[in-house]
Design a protein around this ligand. Structure first.
Ligand code: ADP
Length: 723
């Protein structure tokens, strides 16, 4: 360029702007560089003295740029183009320096922290060595490895465990993954990969004796258990069915299962499945989750530490499914002999062999168990006990056990049969014997206080705190409340004290300790004192129950109101019952002619008391009709009669389930007559004959017969032929 050209160009405003931008960027680059190299200050001077275009050339020449870029730079003869290209290059250089700097800063920070830690740790180790202290963490890992070696893992799992152990070794105990990795290895080491309890030669006679010793009655159930054991004896690896005890609470399901374990000389573990909705409860969480755990089965096996226990899957009917998966399908895999050889717990992440475990399940009801699961199991039903059976169980099993648990013996407390009968009648109304046992425990507690107190005044020295009589009195006074826990006294009182005479429970003591009677036979009579109430029999997970049905009418528009937490089926039964009664109004003498609407300007309300308990099922059909007929005819239903049965729209009575439990429930309530569908006749063989003989069983085919039995003076039918 000639000088004039140059001078001209310098006047160009575009060029001026470009030079300014270039200088600013260059300045920035220099100041960044300045922090690193002091020599840069010379370049700064250059910036002020040398003309811009030359400066651009100097800068660009000092960068490492590609050949193409160098070429394009040389190629740009025009000052402006060259300047803008140079600015771009300077800026790029500046940015790359800045980014690089940021990264180094970060890395340096981390490095120095870990280096510091490492250094401190080295020092700590040196100090410990100097002091003669062992390094706990290191030792722990060695101990863990030793435990893992003796765990008897299969070869492939051992390899996997080794890999995990190597990882653990590389970690510092403070590192985030350390404890979870450790817990995992502990689990691997604790699991019973090979450990089994020695199975001794099964002595069937001894097993039978032990079953008989621990359980009263239940002949059929015990027989089935013996059969099961016999098959196992002949073919130990037979894939027998999984036994499932179904029955109300407190009928001995758990204790039968533990008897099986005892007979087989195996350990017993109970896995409670009640309320399990998450598949992870069965299968565990994957270890990627924070706070992940193995499933209940693997956890249970870790606790019993043998791979062949008897495992009780308790309340298998209470598992539900929701968005978190379906526990039932996981259980399906557990119970399938084809699949459970390689059970995969998500947490464990290596297969575990469950095929040696003997599974036994319990359930209150069969119906909620998913059919595929039910298919894997053999159901053994345990219906409730009769009062006579309860009495025998109490005398033979419960009282001795309760006395022992409280450190008493019959030398201190005697509960006569008549009193046990009273407890059964007045204080419990259950299918099983759990509340009975609790009530007996209450008596034992009260007696224990008295015995301790007497002995205290008689013989004890100062070293034992005196228990004042007010304690007992206040305990007796508040009565009623029956607590669940049994606190063993730790030692036998009889060894310590000499009791002058045993305490014999009488009615007064019953009332003092247990409070006023909770149930009496007059309840049904009180409740059916007005028209519109009928007595039904239902089946719940607690066994059979008496269910009253109340109906009432009021001014309205002909609507039907239903309350008492009813399911769809029972609601439809109510509709059906109302339709049937309306259709037969004239025949039933409820209205003078058949064209009169029974619901004319009135609403009907039907309620099932115990409003908080959900109810469903079709078996309330006949009870609903009876209640409505009673309401419209303004006649009371017989208080000594209870009924059950599904009804069709045409008035046929269909058979229902749970007949034995229902009859027993009626008996508990002191009901003398029970109306049952004729086709349930076969189920009556299950009902103990002493109960049947004290009751009148009325078998019916049609609803008219039900009505005939339910009212004092028979069915109010006008003409049978029409129906
Ligand atoms: P479930 O598991 O059915 O709810 P449990 O097995 O826990 O009931 O039984 C409750 C209590 O009743 C236990 O103490 C059990 O020993 C006792 N029991 C139940 N049935 C019998 C029986 N037939 N003979 C002796 N004791 C029984």
């Amino acid at each position: 360029m000639t000088k004039t050209e140059l001078e001209q160009a310098e006047q160009d405003p575009d060029l001026i702007a470009l030079s300014r931008q270039f200088k600013a960027t260059a300045m920035e680059l220099i100041s960044v560089l300045e922090q690193k190299q002091k020599t840069v200050s010379r370049t700064k001077v250059l910036l002020d003295t040398v003309p811009v275009y030359r400066l651009a050339d100097i800068f660009v020449a000092s960068f490492e740029i590609s050949f193409e870029e160098q070429l394009s730079m040389l190629d740009s003869v025009d000052l402006k183009v060259r300047l803008s290209k140079a600015t771009e290059l300077v800026d790029r250089h500046l940015q790359s320096i800045l980014v690089a700097e940021k990264i180094t800063q970060k890395v340096e920070g981390q490095l120095s922290k870990s280096q510091k830690e490492f250094l401190l740790r080295q020092q700590m180790r040196a100090i410990k060595e100097e002091l003669g202290d062992n390094d706990d963490d290191e030792d722990d890992v060695v101990a863990l490895e030793r435990k893992m070696q003796t765990a008897g893992m299969p070869a492939n799992i051992w390899k996997h465990a080794q890999r995990e152990l190597r990882r653990l070794r590389k970690m510092q105990p403070q590192q985030p993954g350390y404890s979870s990795s450790r817990a995992y290895l502990e689990l691997l080491a604790d699991l019973p990969w090979q450990k089994v309890s020695e199975e001794r030669e099964l002595d069937l006679r001894a097993a039978k004796e032990s079953l008989d010793r621990d359980h009263y009655g239940l002949t059929k159930v015990k027989q089935r258990i013996i059969e099961y054991l016999a098959v196992r004896k002949l073919k130990p690896d037979a894939r027998g069915p999984v036994l499932c005890f179904v029955g109300p609470p407190g009928v001995g399901k758990t204790s039968l299962a533990s008897s099986i374990a005892k007979a087989l000389n195996r350990k017993f573990i109970r896995i409670s499945l009640g309320g399990v909705k998450d598949e992870a409860d069965i299968r565990g969480h994957r270890r990627t989750y924070i706070g992940s755990m193995p499933g209940r089965l693997i956890d249970g096996l870790k606790r019993v530490s043998v791979s062949n226990p008897v495992m009780l899957l308790d309340e298998i009917d209470k598992t539900g499914s929701d968005v978190r998966g379906d526990p039932a399908s996981a259980l399906l895999e557990v119970l399938d002999p084809e699949q459970n050889k390689t059970f995969n717990d998500h947490y464990l992440n290596v297969p575990f062999d469950l095929s040696k475990v003997i599974f036994v399940a319990t359930a209150n009801r069969m119906q909620p168990i998913p059919p595929p699961l039910l298919d894997r199991m053999e159901v053994i039903e345990l219906p409730g006990y009769t009062p006579e059976e309860k009495l025998r169980i109490a005398m033979k099993h419960l009282i001795p056990r309760v006395l022992e648990q409280h450190g008493l013996s019959s030398a201190y407390l005697q509960i006569p049969e008549a009193m046990v009968r009273l407890i059964i009648e007045r204080y419990t109304r259950e299918a099983g014997v759990r509340n009975l046992e609790r009530n007996l425990a209450s008596l034992a507690r009260a007696a224990a206080v008295k015995v301790a107190e007497q002995a205290n005044t008689l013989r004890l020295g100062k070293e034992i705190q005196p228990i004042t009589t007010t304690l007992l009195d206040s305990r007796l006074a508040d009565g009623g409340e029956v607590e669940m826990e049994v606190i063993p006294m730790g030692h036998d009182i009889s060894n310590t004290y000499e009791n002058p005479s045993p305490m014999i429970v009488d009615e007064a003591m019953l009332e003092k300790v247990l409070g006023p009677p909770r149930f009496d036979d007059g309840e049904a009579a009180d409740r059916v004192a007005s028209p519109g109430v009928s007595v039904g029999l239902v089946w719940t997970s607690f066994g059979g129950e008496v269910q009253f049905v109340e109906a009432t009418a009021m001014a309205g528009k002909g609507d039907l109101h239903l309350t008492g937490q009813l399911g769809d089926v029972i609601k439809e039964s109510a509709q059906l019952a109302l339709t049937w009664v309306r259709a037969r109004a004239a025949d039933l003498n409820l209205s003078p002619t058949s064209d009169i609407n029974l619901l004319e300007s009135r609403d009907i309300h039907i309620h099932f008391p115990a409003g908080a308990v959900p109810k469903d099922g079709p078996s309330a059909g006949v009870t609903l009709v009876t209640s409505l007929v009673s309401l419209f005819s303004n006649r009371k239903v017989r208080a000594d009669t209870a009924m059950t049965g599904e009804m069709t729209l045409r008035g046929l009575v269909l058979p229902v389930g749970g007949v034995k439990d229902k009859v027993l429930a009626a008996h508990r309530y002191g009901i003398k007559r029970v109306i049952l569908p004729e086709r349930n006749l076969k189920d009556l063989t299950e009902v103990p004959s002493p109960i049947l003989s004290g009751m009148e069983i009325l078998l019916v085919k049609r609803i008219e017969e039900v009505l005939g039995h339910a009212f004092e003076d028979g069915c109010p039918l006008r003409s049978r032929s029409k129906l």
